[in-house]
Design a protein around this ligand. Structure first.
Ligand code: CA
Length: 237
């Protein structure tokens, strides 16, 4: 939990200094911005792990700033805790669906605020971990990036056609499960006309030529003779 960079966006110097003091005391790194405009500049340049955002700010206000952050693909992953002056505002804010991760009402105790910061950071790092896990699938020496449709083998890109990619992904997502040709045809090609079971074999052969050390002695996509194919990853060896 230490050395996490937190940006405090607050135009009242006393409040931001109080927050900063308490965060630093807890081992966080804290930076401050006194306006929405300054905050946006700092966020674009810096590497913050969390933003504490006051709503009433000169320049860009907290609502607009939060919207900008959450609609920017590069910045939307940074958790935001909104600081509001009145609890009634929270209902209004929830209705706006700003994408903020938490809300804290002023006046708050520094202890409560620090606890909320820690909770949000914990939650977000757990979420990020899960997303990375699903996004990247490993199969032996292969890493499949399911979002960018990229396959690398020991960091070297592997060029696959769309169907080859789909078939490979389908198999490695079900490690150890033997899938027969007809099943794979349905799953990958759907009900396209003029596709015969042999198409699966042709594709598996091409995939093996691209991903295996020795395509005639495959280690990643294996053959179950007379049945179909399965991915080796996850096999008990
Ligand atoms: Ca303010």
């Amino acid at each position: 939990m230490e050395n996490k960079g937190i940006l405090i966006v607050e135009d009242e110097p006393d409040i931001r200094e109080l927050i900063k003091y308490n965060l630093v005391k807890q081992g966080f790194e804290a930076d401050i911005a006194g306006s929405g405009t300054e905050a946006l500049e700092k966020i674009r340049l810096g590497q913050y792990d969390l933003i504490l955002l006051d709503l009433m700010l000169p320049g860009i206000d907290g609502i607009d700033l939060c919207r900008m952050l959450k609609s920017d693909a590069a910045l939307s992953g940074i958790p935001v805790i909104i600081l509001t002056a009145r609890s009634e505002e929270i209902d209004m804010l929830l209705g706006l669906e700003l994408g903020a991760d938490d809300y804290v009402t002023k006046p708050f105790s520094p202890r409560e605020l620090v606890a909320r910061v820690k909770a949000v950071l914990r939650r977000c790092s757990a979420r990020a971990g899960r997303q990375t896990e699903e996004k990247l699938i490993k199969a032996g020496p292969l890493v499949i990036d399911t979002e960018r449709y990229l396959v690398t083998r020991e960091d070297v890109p592997v060029e696959l056609s769309a169907m080859e990619f789909k078939l490979l992904l389908y198999l490695v997502r079900r490690p150890g499960k033997v899938l027969n040709r007809d099943f794979l045809l349905d799953a990958i090609w759907g009900h396209e006309a003029y596709v015969e079971p042999r198409t699966v074999d042709v594709h598996v052969r091409r995939i093996r030529e691209k991903i295996e050390d020795n395509p005639s002695d495959p280690k990643i996509i294996l053959t179950k003779r007379g049945v179909g194919y399965y991915s080796a990853d996850g096999e008990q060896t």
